[in-house]
Design a protein around this ligand. Structure first.
Ligand code: ATP
Length: 325
């Protein structure tokens, strides 16, 4: 497993990673989420001893990376899909890595086959698309058949078939008992892949939770009701023992009730409804709420800054923010 304890990295005035403490366990895909600039890549680089921590430690099966005997056979990583010599073929790139790490030549063919690059094995890297580069980076990570795998934004540049493939690959690697640590800034992508979730923002830990718990908490469904007789609707619901909370634009939100049942109740009381719609908050919304305060690079949607209501589901990340603090 990978154990971080108070891991910190400062670049001048910038605290890129701020006392991160968490454990990445075997047999699971652990999603490492955070907005742009949150510190994911810096953390991963420190795991591989490519950056020195300012403070704290990170251990791989109880050892520092530099203490590992055969690092490529212990930890495989894809950090940068462009990190290969442009003039080298895919085969030769992997062969160099294999030869300098005591890995047999036959393994190069195996991993090229696994990532679907056999037909372009002799092509030079400089002609590769971003997606092909990602596949080659994954092949390099798999080369030493390591128990621990780290992928930094592995779906970048992959087409839908490639994304489907990498999802299955990560799940299969975890099912074999390996530790799979994968970064992303897409909650929806992680919801399909990860068993566990570590969320950071501005270098700080915001959440460390199972994916199932995150989904259960944040994909709550509710029914949105709107009526020109809003007061009567609220009284009727309350009389039936149903709690409704005010929603956006004069609507009412009702949790834990079926839309059909609510519609029948309204009809029985001769109430006019202008809306009766089942809603489900997206995980992406919950993630945005969770990380809202730590997003560094804000784009604007054309509205004046500070205008407009918060997006639906506002506040739903609060529980997780507390758990992570
Ligand atoms: N070598 C460096 N020198 C100075 N600042 C750096 C360096 N590397 C990273 N940073 C800063 O540290 C912060 C964290 O960067 P990092 O690349 O780790 O984030 P990230 O979560 O991987 O982001 P992204 O999703 O955009 O890749 C950023 O503010 C970045 O500008």
């Amino acid at each position: 497993m990978i154990e971080l304890a108070g891991l910190t990295k400062r670049y001048g005035d910038k605290l890129a990673v701020d006392h991160l403490t968490f454990t990445v366990r075997p047999g699971l895909v652990t999603g490492f989420l955070g907005p742009n600039g949150a510190g994911k890549s810096t953390t991963m680089r420190m795991v591989l001893d490519l950056d020195n921590p300012t403070d704290g430690t990170v251990l791989i099966d109880g050892k520092h990376y530099r203490q590992l005997h055969d690092p490529l056979k212990m930890v495989g990583a894809l950090l940068d899909a462009k990190a290969a010599h442009g003039g080298r073929s895919a085969f030769n790139h992997l062969l160099c890595l294999a030869q300098s790490n005591g890995i047999p030549r036959a393994r190069v063919r195996e991993v090229l086959d696994t990532v679907g690059l056999t037909s372009v094995a002799k092509k030079r890297f400089k002609g590769f698309s971003l997606g092909m580069g990602q596949r080659l980076g994954i092949a390099a990570a798999l080369l030493g058949d390591p128990q621990i795998l780290m992928f930094d934004e592995p779906v970048n540049g992959l087409d839908p078939e490639g994304i489907h493939w990498i999802r299955n690959l990560m799940k299969n690697l975890a099912a074999q008992g390996r530790t799979v640590f994968v970064s992303s800034h897409l909650m929806s992508e992680m919801a399909l892949t990860a068993d566990h979730l570590v969320v950071i923002g501005q270098g700080r830990l915001l959440a460390d939770t199972s994916m199932a718990a995150f989904i259960a908490e944040n994909s709550r469904s509710y029914v949105r009701m709107r009526s020109p007789q809003q007061e009567r609707l609220r009284d009727m619901l309350s009389g039936a023992g149903i709690t409704a909370v005010p929603g956006e634009e004069g609507s009412l939100h009702v949790n834990g009730e079926d839309a059909a049942h609510l519609g029948e109740l309204a009809a029985r009381h001769q109430l006019v409804l202008h809306e009766l719609s089942p809603q489900r908050a997206s995980l992406e919304e919950a993630f945005m709420q969770l990380t809202a305060e730590s997003v560094e690079y804000h784009a604007h949607d054309g509205r004046p800054a500070g205008s407009g209501a918060p997006p639906p589901g506002a506040g739903w990340g609060d529980d997780w923010r507390k758990k992570g603090s």
